[in-house]
Design a protein around this ligand. Sequence first.
Ligand code: NMX
Ligand code: MLT
Length: 431
Amino acid sequence: MANIFSKMESILSDIREERTNLLKEYGDKKLAEVSVQQAHGGMRGVKAMICDTSLVEPDKGLIIRGHPLLEIQDYWPEDVFFLLLTGEEPTKEDRKDLQEEYDKRADIPEAIWDTLRGMPKDSHPMTMLSTGILALENSSMFDEKYWEGITKAEYWRSYLEDSLNLLAKLPGLAAGLYRIRFDKGDPIPWTKGLDWGANYAKMIGIEDESFAELMRLYLMFHCDHEGGNVSANTCHTVGSALSNAYYAVSAGLNGLAGFLHGMANQECLRWVLEVMDRFDGEAPTEDQLEEFARETLNSGQVIPGYGHAVLRVTDPRFEGFVQFGRKHLPDDPVFQTVNRLYNVVPDVLKEFSEQRVKAGKAPIADPYPNVDAGSGSLLYHYGITEFEYYTVLFGISRAMGLLSQLILNRALGVPITRPKSVGTRFIKNNF
Ligand code: NMX
Ligand code: MLT
């Protein structure tokens, strides 16, 4: 049995006891009150769910199990999955244990490739990812165990089995669908003994050590963003009905495919290339970029890669990607454009926000770049120029956070999600 199972066994009784005591002691304390504005406004700021894998502080960004992201940026994806799930810092053996598990579980049945090859030629890569995950659903261990009649206390174990199977296959699925969708040849199989990030790099067909390094970083940076973001929240809700990990992750990733969520990375690169096209593919000056940003706002569109529902500072994930770019591709014109945009866009957004407020509209709460403002320029540099694909990479990384939250929720017996809705008449009659 993999060490990760015994590790979970050893920590679960404490976590369960802690939860029971916490509810006994503080069960009737109030976390939040909800205003009519919040109920109409995407529940922004309403504290109404529990998530221990990570936290997003408005002035600090992502903190994973107490570690600010940039302080653990040398973690590999295997390490961060261990940390998210167990809350403990991984050892070299923990990383190796997960790698051995992935080696055993990474093969992708031919039927999955047949399914993806049979899809419309212009299918969006996120549709192919989600479909590929659903096509793997017939192998769910949880469903099998549920029909055998396992107790609730045992649910987490088969969710963890399903999670390891899915995580092992996701890099191959993502790389293979890229090759099918963009006519790059047949999928390349998993290489035993190679880590998750480097395996992905090899399977997409880019054999370059600095690209493998980028993939470890990229796949680690997107892993989680607490519980309330659209993909995590969706996965949480679907999983709460005891839909298995395949259904729940696929649902979460369908949310990630929204333009205001993970799909902003494709939109951001589309926007950057659009302005570069005007200047023959060269990096435009800051004045030219400022004008372009104003044009975008005045035409009623959002500036992709800027703004956030929670953050009020530059996203540390963006900072980390800029650091990588400065080291590996400082002269790349796309990367230079992204950097110049960072010098001008926040002020343009602040000015636009003031105009909005004068016109009686809501301010733009966060004028700074989020993760999606920088990631695409790095992928583009290494030859992944099909920007419709970028959200797939966000998705396979995010699966680690979704699955960690899902396993913990089943281990703690978190009940089915069912908030109460009220109608407009209720508000009119009651206030
Ligand atoms: N460009 C133009 N307008 C913006 C922007 C932006 N980048 N960000 C916010 N606004 C507008 C927003 O559309 C809203 O307008 P209205 O009242 O007319 O509907 C107003 O400012 C107030 O919104 P906020 O309270 O600042 O932001 P909210 O929490 O509602 O939304 C985002 C957060 C992330 C959806 C929003 O900032 C946005 O649309 N950003 C661009 C898309 C993007 O980069 N998304 C990726 C987020 C990270 N991720 O990976 O998921
Ligand atoms: C994320 O990584 O999920 C995004 O930054 C969106 C969010 O946190 O709401």
